[in-house]
Write a protein of this length. Structure first.
Length: 148
């Protein structure tokens, strides 16, 4: 029997887990309170974001900052944050076989998982709120010089 996986998934996935008969191997947590997200991330092995449409999700940046290896869809702002093969592995949206392949690859290759996790944690620093605010202030100052 496979080891039990804890997945932070919406409750709508429960039916699929039940239909596949894998309830003994998968725990569907449903929505996790914001205060508990960090603890869940710190107890995770991998972060998977199989989105069909995204901007730049906070959950992704949180997982990167927690030092998790990432598997995510190549949509929206995700490829700007996750460089394929460097900070994580990207897949085409709507490709479950590619998604599964990348997840297995990370789970079986500890050296790759550690490299991706380390790089993701470093890359997440680009998205620190204080740094972003400072960049906006610098931009506003630069733009306002034209009006003096």
């Amino acid at each position: 029997m496979s080891p039990k996986m804890n997945l932070m998934l919406g409750s709508s996935v429960s039916r699929g887990v039940r239909d596949k008969g894998i309830q003994g191997s998968v725990e569907v947590t449903g929505r996790v309170p914001y205060e508990a997200v960090h603890a869940y991330l710190m107890n995770s092995t991998l972060f998977v974001l199989p989105s069909l449409n995204e901007g730049l999700p906070n959950a992704l940046i949180q997982a990167m900052a927690a030092g998790l290896p990432i598997v995510a869809s190549r949509v929206g702002g995700i490829p700007e944050a996750v460089r394929d093969g460097i900070d994580g592995l990207l897949v085409e949206p709507g490709s479950p076989s590619e998604l599964a392949d990348r997840m297995i690859r990370i789970l079986e290759d500890r050296k790759l998982a550690l490299k991706l996790a380390k790089n993701a944690k470093y890359a997440a620093k680009r998205y620190k709120a204080d740094d972003i605010v400072e960049r906006y202030i610098n931009l506003f100052e630069l733009c306002s010089q034209d009006f003096k």
